[in-house]
Design a protein around this ligand. Structure first.
Ligand code: GDP
Length: 362
């Protein structure tokens, strides 16, 4: 183990895994995210999801109420899942954290009828190169001819409600997807047959339309994260924040702002930050940290509300001077009690890495 014994107190805590959704156009990425958000809003009376800038946080208790018997919250200590709202592999490739993908885990959406398509293969290639663990959502199962839909049902229950003819048709499509994955050197199987998700890719039949299989999808994501990624989720939550720029945007009343995903530490409204810029790192002071305001309150006030601080993993809009040259995909680091020079050097090194990768990808 790498315990350095550096301190007597242990400020380590577990952050939310960051989830990205990839797949071919029209295979249902946006619909699936919408369905998960929608289900989370309905089930979320106890914990409630929080809408972040560029992301949606679904806490464990909400995951558990959507997934029912499939997720017992006592079995988990990860706090939930943070879904990046912009689907697609373009955003996935630009969104990096030090040395790897920003997303800790991914959902590859494949239309059961349409099967593997060019962007499915591209996405697989990206997942392979970035070594991002993923599961396959075999989507649109409700379009199998003769399908008998069961809103929001777990897969085994809805399978039982189908005729033999219908369920074997679905099986055929699923095995075709499993075969396609194997052609790409991924050993895959239906998720309930997978013992080791590090070795095998789990395929989860779902419908973003009816919500069937969504309980299973969330259960598998949560289980996989807890089992295989817990150590990577250990962060010094009070430490200086580290993140990645999602988007650079003009915002009325705030000038140029950056939407960031924070994957380590905390950012505070009075922090000094270093942001990757087009020519060189930008050193600036946070003017405001902004979150989307709940829909009901938007009519009277600004779309955003100011927060004093926020911890990883989260999405947040940062207003600060000098951000015009900031770049999507660039690193953001909080300085706080660290040496400014050292932080600037880290951001420079990360920017150099991004430049090399961009060249390699042509
Ligand atoms: P994206 O391009 O991957 O984000 O795909 P969208 O989410 O925009 O979906 C493309 C189309 O497929 C839309 O018309 C959706 O309504 C439809 N769609 C997505 N998921 C499902 C599903 O599970 N069942 C059915 N019947 N239609 C779906």
């Amino acid at each position: 183990d790498t315990d350095t014994g550096a301190g007597s107190h242990d400020p380590t805590s577990l952050r939310t895994p960051i989830v990205a959704v990839l797949g071919h156009v029209d295979h249902g990425k946006t619909s699936l995210l919408d369905k998960i958000r929608g289900s989370a809003v309905i089930e979320g009376e106890a914990g409630a999801i929080t809408q972040h800038i560029g992301a949606t946080a679904v806490p464990l208790d909400v995951v558990s109420s959507i997934a029912g018997d499939l997720v017992n919250p006592d079995d988990f200590d990860l706090p939930g899942l943070l879904f990046i709202d912009t689907p697609g592999h373009h955003s996935f490739t630009t969104l990096r954290s030090r040395g790897g993908a920003l997303a800790d885990i991914a959902i590859l959406v494949v239309d059961v009828n349409d099967g593997f398509q060019p962007q499915t293969l591209e996405a697989l290639d990206i997942l392979k190169r970035s070594q991002t663990p993923f599961i396959v959502a075999a989507n649109k199962i409700d379009t199998v001819p003769g399908w008998n839909p069961n809103e929001d049902s777990p897969i085994n229950a809805t399978y039982e409600a189908q005729s033999d003819r219908v369920s074997s048709r679905l099986d055929e499509s699923l095995y075709e997807i499993i075969g396609n994955l194997s052609d790409e050197d991924f050993s895959a199987d239906l998720y309930w047959r997978v013992q080791n998700f590090q070795r095998n890719v789990g395929v989860v039949p779902v419908s973003a339309m009816t919500g069937e299989g969504v309980p299973d999808l969330l259960a598998v994501m949560m289980g996989l994260s807890q089992r295989y990624m817990k150590e990577e989720m250990e962060i010094d939550v009070q430490g200086p924040g580290v993140g990645t720029v999602l988007e650079v945007k003009e915002e009325k009343g705030f000038g140029t702002t950056i939407d960031i995903v924070l994957y380590d530490g905390t950012i505070k409204a009075d922090d000094q930050i270093v942001v990757g810029g087009m020519n060189k790192p930008i050193v600036t002071d946070v003017r405001a940290l902004l979150q989307p305001r709940p829909l009901a309150e938007i009519r009277t006030e600004s779309r955003f509300e100011k927060v004093d601080e926020i911890s990883a993993a989260s999405g947040i809009k940062v207003a600060a001077p000098e951000l015009a040259d900031a770049m999507a995909g660039a690193p953001v680091r909080v300085v706080r009690n660290r040496e400014l020079d050292e932080v600037v050097e880290e951001v420079e090194a990360e920017l150099a890495d991004i430049a090399v990768d961009t060249e390699e990808q042509g």
